[in-house]
Design a binder for this molecule. Structure first.
Ligand code: MG
Length: 134
């Protein structure tokens, strides 16, 4: 079995009886809120240890965020790997043809003239999502 985060988290959800969907689906508001709260809690734990560490705790909390994010995607039937690939494709268009990037004074990478926004809706549609009852 592959040890990608998506596969590991799916195995966990199936083992403990958590939801696991294979097509992008709007879930009940209660379930959606529960998943959002879990992720917010884990993100807050990252913030707590971001500056002061220790490094092993930061690593732990970062992994928790990714694990819960993959779990939340799975609950909603979203193939998160495909979404990440689309975000990456878009981010790489921030590079100019000369391979350089424009940066703000604080170092943030700016969107250049060749930038293409990610088409997350298109990714979900290819996974079988029909928004708004289309
Ligand atoms: Mg945690």
């Amino acid at each position: 079995m592959s040890s990608s985060p998506a596969d590991l988290v799916r195995a966990f959800h199936l083992a403990v009886g958590l939801d696991a969907r294979s097509t992008p689906t709007e879930v009940s508001p209660e379930l959606a809120a529960q998943r959002g709260k879990l992720l917010a809690e884990e993100a807050a734990e990252v913030a707590e240890v971001s500056v002061g560490g220790p490094l092993d705790q930061l690593a732990h909390e970062l992994a928790d965020v990714v694990y819960v994010a993959y779990g939340t995607a799975l609950v909603h039937g979203i193939d998160l790997d495909a979404v990440i690939a689309e975000i990456h494709r878009s981010n790489m268009t921030k590079l100019g043809p000369d391979g350089r990037v424009a940066r703000r004074e604080d170092g943030k990478v700016l969107k250049g003239e060749h930038y293409e926004a990610p088409d997350v809706s298109g990714v979900l549609r290819r996974q079988g999502w029909s928004p708004y009852g289309e």
